[in-house]
Design a protein around this ligand. Structure first.
Ligand code: PRP
Length: 213
């Protein structure tokens, strides 16, 4: 039996469910977590000395950086946006989507001519890095907290930087992908000290998951 719990922080929702499915495949079970009515925030697999808690996606890298969780599962978008000091150890392959610059067709010209444009986004760091460091274009970044597609519709912004999965939201709102920034998917992240102190356990876990991907 291992000496201490290995603690996982999982981004609430689909990512957490997919992660638990994957862990079940390698024999790690947490039945309690499947109870949809539970208000509990933390669950354990006593046999493997593992604990799991659900957190808001953007908080997952925070828990992992500070060591409150040894391991986290969260989208690459969140990892990039939060910029925390954690090791990204594995691409889990689910939750695939793309970070894109989107807008109405009429905004394509603005992007091509490098004009001062307004960009609405939930991801100001990603947008800033893309426009300032990669495109060397000065833009005005406006932070929103969701339903970002509204930006160009109500003329708050010329374009948006957002996640595109099926493209359905864009289509229904008369917008299109103008530029692709990067592909995204769920990643496993590890606390830097845990990686040193629990190397064998964490490596074994990563190895077992890799075999299932
Ligand atoms: C995300 C994203 C897009 C949409 C993309 O929003 O911000 O709006 O999903 O998916 P699609 O290409 O399959 O249509 P989410 O549902 O997370 O909510 P939000 O708008 O509040 O961020």
């Amino acid at each position: 039996m291992e000496d201490r719990y290995l603690t996982f922080a999982l981004g609430k929702g689909r990512l957490a469910n997919k992660t638990m499915e994957l862990l079940e495949e390698i024999g790690i079970h947490c039945e309690e977590m499947k109870d949809k009515d539970t208000r509990k925030l933390i669950f354990a697999d006593e046999k493997h000395k593992m604990r799991f808690f659900l957190a808001k996606g953007p908080d997952v890298p925070t828990y992992v950086e500070y060591g409150a969780a040894d391991i986290g599962v969260v989208g690459k978008d969140t990892i990039m946006e939060e910029g925390r000091r954690v090791y990204e150890v594995l691409d889990l392959g689910f939750g695939k989507c793309r970070m894109c610059v989107c807008g109405p067709e009429t905004s394509r010209e603005l992007l091509e001519h490098h004009e001062m444009i307004r960009v609405a986004t939930k991801y100001p760091h990603i947008a800033k890095d893309y426009f300032y460091n990669h495109k060397h274009q000065t833009v005005d970044i406006i932070k929103l907290n969701g339903s970002v597609e509204l930006g160009p519709i109500v003329e708050l912004s010329d374009v948006i930087v957002d996640i595109v999965e099926t493209g359905g939201t864009l289509k229904e709102n008369g917008l299109t992908v103008l530029e692709e920034i990067c592909p995204l998917s769920a990643r496993m992240i590890v606390n830097q000290v845990s990686m040193q102190m629990q190397t064998e356990r964490i490596r074994e876990l990563i190895g077992a998951i890799k075999k299932r991907l």
